[in-house]
Design a protein around this ligand. Sequence first.
Ligand SMILES: NC(=O)C1=CN([C@@H]2O[C@H](COP(=O)(O)OP(=O)(O)OC[C@H]3O[C@@H](n4cnc5c(N)ncnc54)[C@H](O)[C@@H]3O)[C@@H](O)[C@H]2O)C=CC1
Ligand SMILES: O=C(O)C(=O)Cc1ccc(O)cc1
Length: 299
Amino acid sequence: MDLLDSKKHFGFIGLGLIGGSVARCIRQELPKARISAYNYYETKKHPRLEMALSDGVLTDITTDITAVRDWDVIFLCTPVRTNVAYLKKLKPYLQKDCILTDVGSVKGEIYDAVHREGLDHCFIGGHPMAGTEHIGYEYSFASLLKDCYYILTPTDQVPEESIRWMQEFVQNVTRSRCVTIDVTEHDEATAGISHAPHIISAALVNAVRARDDKGMYQLLAAGGFRDITRISSSSPEMWTSICLANKDAILDFLHEYRGLLDTMEHAVEEGNETEINHFFATAKEYRDKLFPSELSTEK
Ligand SMILES: NC(=O)C1=CN([C@@H]2O[C@H](COP(=O)(O)OP(=O)(O)OC[C@H]3O[C@@H](n4cnc5c(N)ncnc54)[C@H](O)[C@@H]3O)[C@@H](O)[C@H]2O)C=CC1
Ligand SMILES: O=C(O)C(=O)Cc1ccc(O)cc1
């Protein structure tokens, strides 16, 4: 039997942009799969989950958390700290061989909780490095994760077979590129390339907003401002949760970043042409290597 076929019932806690996109991949690649979602409203219908049911992505919705005892693979797809809070609630009902995974942007805090709850044997941290600034199931689509890196952070406490299942899932169901890295390395790197950039982008928007009493900045804002601030339209709840959960790595990176701003401020103040040019040149050299396809003149 194909390894992927060994898991037939998938369950989602949180079905927004990322959870919705993963669920759509499952429906597309494993059409016979049962896909359930938990409605945390409990006493009323959840309109977005109802939408996923009528799309044919979900098979059923439950308001009963004990239903997770039937789920072979559980995806935690709520804001990072909410995912952490679910571990305690799920623990009594998890089946022996289930895989518990998440899609959260921070890994250290959830691993600490997994360890506290004694769930090391079933938890495999996951993080698709793809997304958009949009919020909610209605913006999800199956190809969102295609060809992006999907990070897994398994520990040696998880059975080899569960790790292989997750790797196959990432490659053949989400069509992402699977990379395995260490939790601390994950949180340090994502603080630099994802978490701090969201803070910096929002700081820029807030700085302009504070000066724009006549609406002139808004009128003149062009492509560059739009590029660097797109991510400021992301979910405030999600990014608040990320900043609280990855505090140390974010503070560390912001400290270094502030040092670079100070250097540039000083160079501009002094009219130091060499220093200013060097600042832009080193950034251009690295950035051009990061995304070479964007330099192509063939569009
Ligand atoms: N947006 C992005 O680009 C990316 C986000 N992530 C991670 O994915 C996770 C989900 O983010 P998105 O899908 O973007 O957010 P989203 O806002 O689109 O979806 C979050 C979902 O969680 C549900 N939810 C909120 N509180 C809940 C609770 N107490 N119980 C159950 N469900 C609850 C909401 O109803 C919503 O369906 C986060 O942990 C985030 O760090 C990872 C990669 C990219
Ligand atoms: O909108 C964008 O480009 C993003 O920044 C997407 C994103 C957001 C959070 C993550 O943890 C990973 C990717």
